[in-house]
Design a protein around this ligand. Structure first.
Ligand SMILES: Nc1ncnc2c1ncn2[C@@H]1O[C@H](COP(=O)(O)OP(=O)(O)OP(=O)(O)O)[C@@H](O)[C@H]1O
Ligand SMILES: [Mg+2]
Length: 239
């Protein structure tokens, strides 16, 4: 299978502290991969390497078989979109927030396109003029996802985007991740603490602990872990 992103013995250190150790593996093109693991495992750090927010001290990273450092940073940000749990927004209405990625490039977002983007994330077009402060948590997260689609990314990175949502909104976002993946064939790498979500949403799962990948493969691995560490980690989390 073709890799969208490939890691070869990647290490990332801060002040001599090893945050990521010998990371090797691939996020497959057009597939959904879920990163799970205890707090501090290095999941967010790994995502930040994928859009160039951070650079590894050693090892190699490839995006579509090209070394990641060969990409122009602006091109990289466009190819690899990222949404966060906090879904940071600027003051103003939904349209203004959706327009932001293009405005930063000196372009305008056509209203029709903005409407289509909202539709893609299951929101109605009348929300375009709504003040961002008046959205529910779930709506805000959907706008955040729609905004990552503005640049037509090939890869989407989602960091705990369902963590602060109620159960119904979580389900909606789960369905959204799958539908965006199908519609745009975009490669998705996302982080969640909810192991049930890893089973239902992502085809592949990486289990990370203390900066290392302990197990990776089809998400079903969570049901029958090979290692004692992962067995302990999933214990009681899955029915
Ligand atoms: N800027 C930083 N300076 C020092 N240490 C950092 C920095 N950023 C991250 N770390 C450390 O790197 C490790 C991995 O952090 P990271 O945020 O990637 O973990 P995570 O798996 O995303 O955790 P969580 O589930 O809590 O979000 C942690 O020990 C963290 O304290
Ligand atoms: Mg994190």
């Amino acid at each position: 299978m073709k890799a969208a992103i490939q890691f070869k013995q990647v290490n990332y250190t801060i002040d001599h502290k090893e945050i990521l150790k010998q990371i090797s593996g691939s996020f497959y093109d057009g597939e959904i991969t879920t990163l799970v693991g205890p707090s501090g495992a290095g999941k967010t750090t790994l995502l930040k390497l994928c859009n160039g927010l951070l650079s590894p001290q050693s090892g190699e990273m490839y995006l579509y078989e090209r070394r990641i450092e060969e990409y122009d940073p602006v091109e990289l940000r466009r190819k690899v979109g990222m949404a966060l749990q906090s879904a940071p927004m600027i003051d103003g209405n939904v349209y203004k927030n959706l327009s932001l990625p293009l405005e930063l490039q000196g372009q305008q977002l056509p209203k029709d396109r903005a409407k289509a983007l909202l539709e893609d994330v299951g929101l109605t077009e009348d929300l375009l003029q709504q003040d961002i402060r008046d959205l529910s948590g779930g709506q805000r997260q959907k706008v955040s996802i729609a905004r990552t689609l503005v640049n037509r990314p090939q890869i989407l990175l989602l960091d705990e985007i369902t963590s602060s949502l109620d159960f119904v909104s979580q389900k909606e976002i789960e369905e959204l991740i799958v539908s965006i993946n199908r519609k745009y064939h975009v490669t998705i790498v996302w982080i969640t603490h909810n192991l049930q979500q890893a089973l239902t949403v992502g085809t592949y799962t990486w289990v990370m602990m203390a900066g290392e990948i302990i197990e990776s493969g089809g998400s079903e691995l969570l049901r029958s872990p090979r290692t004692e560490r992962v067995r302990q980690f999933v214990k009681g989390e899955l029915q």
